[in-house]
Design a binder for this molecule. Structure first.
Ligand SMILES: *Cc1c(COP(=O)(O)O)cnc(C)c1O
Length: 359
């Protein structure tokens, strides 16, 4: 098999999804499986649908289009606000999109009317992480406008925390979302289907006894794919953290001095030298360490997001990953498996040099 490659364990992914679907169902919460870090991989979306997710979420219209062709039998949700230049594609391929701009809503409405469809709209509310969403005070005006556009169907409101500033979902901001949906329903005499509380970062709040209130929907990516919640990167109890792993091949393995020598400056990927210690000459007394070079680099994965038992990641440049380990038994041609973070997964999936295989 070729390396580097992502090994995708579909049964483990199915287990993760089914576990979360069941766990959250007991709290009245349905799940959108967010496959964006896999670029909308149909096999994964199908696995999640079989596990009972309500819908599939994607950030980019290209991935929505791929999944739409797969006829998954569940709604597709565009979780990033549509680009004004892409509204026609959005209404043609996504059942629902997340929105926070009046001008985009008007354009979506025009495109939907033109195509003879009704497009679902989830209005995003800013609750402190300072990424997408209208301020709570402006929500009412957005609801008024959405309700006035007959080719749009207001399906609910949502929020997103944790991604930009790491602001955690907590009893205060989650209660605020419930208060807002109640207020909108009362003000306009309507019933909104979805109150979408957030992403994988909402799971610690729920696990610690947080009361869902009106929240009946979460959009989960990292939890389903990697079995971790993003706020502390802790494993979610009962989920696999190795459903997707990255395998790379060793291209050099040698005993080398433990410190570089010469005059240190910026490296190819950092403005800081990796060491402040100036060692002009190699010193014979220096301890030697066993170092292996893998054919994997910044172009393939985020090196900071790789880990393997008994191995220290010494660093990486475009095409090389340097690892060390006293008990390391690697030789040239051997393969090494790594657990990966969300950022490493995202980049590996995006790299044309990393192949994918299913087990
Ligand atoms: C990426 C994203 C998600 C999924 O986030 P995870 O942390 O992977 O669960 C949910 N909602 C929005 C709006 C996103 O951008």
């Amino acid at each position: 098999m070729s390396a580097p490659r992502l090994e995708i364990h579909l049964e483990h992914l199915q287990h993760n999804a089914r576990t979360m679907v069941n766990r959250l169902a007991s709290q009245g919460i349905k799940i959108t499986g967010v496959s964006k870090s896999t670029l909308g991989m149909p096999e994964i979306a199908r696995t999640w649908v079989a596990a009972g997710v309500h819908s599939i979420g994607e950030a980019r219209i290209e991935s929505i289009e791929i999944l739409n062709r797969c006829e998954l039998g569940v709604p597709l949700l565009l979780i990033r606000s549509p680009m004004l230049s892409q509204v026609e594609r959005v209404v043609a391929h996504a059942a629902i999109s997340c929105n926070s701009e009046l001008i985009v809503l008007k354009a979506l409405a025009a495109a939907a009317a033109c195509q003879g469809v009704r497009h679902g709209v989830m209005l995003m509310v800013e609750l402190g992480d300072l990424r997408e969403g209208v301020l709570a005070a402006d929500l009412e005006a957005m609801v008024v406008l959405t309700l006035a556009l007959p080719s749009l169907l207001l399906v609910g409101i949502g929020t997103n925390l944790g991604c930009q500033h790491g602001i955690a979902p907590d009893p205060t901001n989650m209660a605020e979302l419930s208060r807002l949906i109640n207020a909108m329903e009362a003000r306009f005499g309507i019933k909104l289907e979805w109150c979408s509380g957030g992403n994988s970062a909402n799971l610690p709040w729920l696990a610690s006894g947080g009361k869902p209130g009106r929240i009946n929907h979460l959009r989960l990516g990292e939890a389903l794919l990697l079995g971790r919640e993003p706020l502390t990167r802790k494993q979610i109890p009962g989920l696999y953290t190795d459903a997707i792993t990255l395998v790379a091949e060793v291209i050099e393995c040698k005993l080398k001095p433990s410190q570089p020598w010469g005059t240190p400056h910026s490296t190819s990927f950092s403005n800081e030298p990796t060491t402040s210690q100036i060692t002009p000459q190699i010193t014979p007394a220096q301890p030697m360490t066993r170092r292996a070079l893998l054919a994997l680099g910044e172009q393939d994965a985020d090196p900071a997001g790789l880990s393997a038992a008994q191995l220290t990641i010494e660093g990486a440049s475009s095409d090389h990953l340097v690892v060390s380990g006293a008990t390391m038994k690697l030789g040239v041609g051997d393969e090494q498996r790594f657990q990966i973070s969300y950022s490493a997964l995202l980049r590996a999936m995006t790299s044309p040099f990393v192949s994918r295989c299913f087990i």
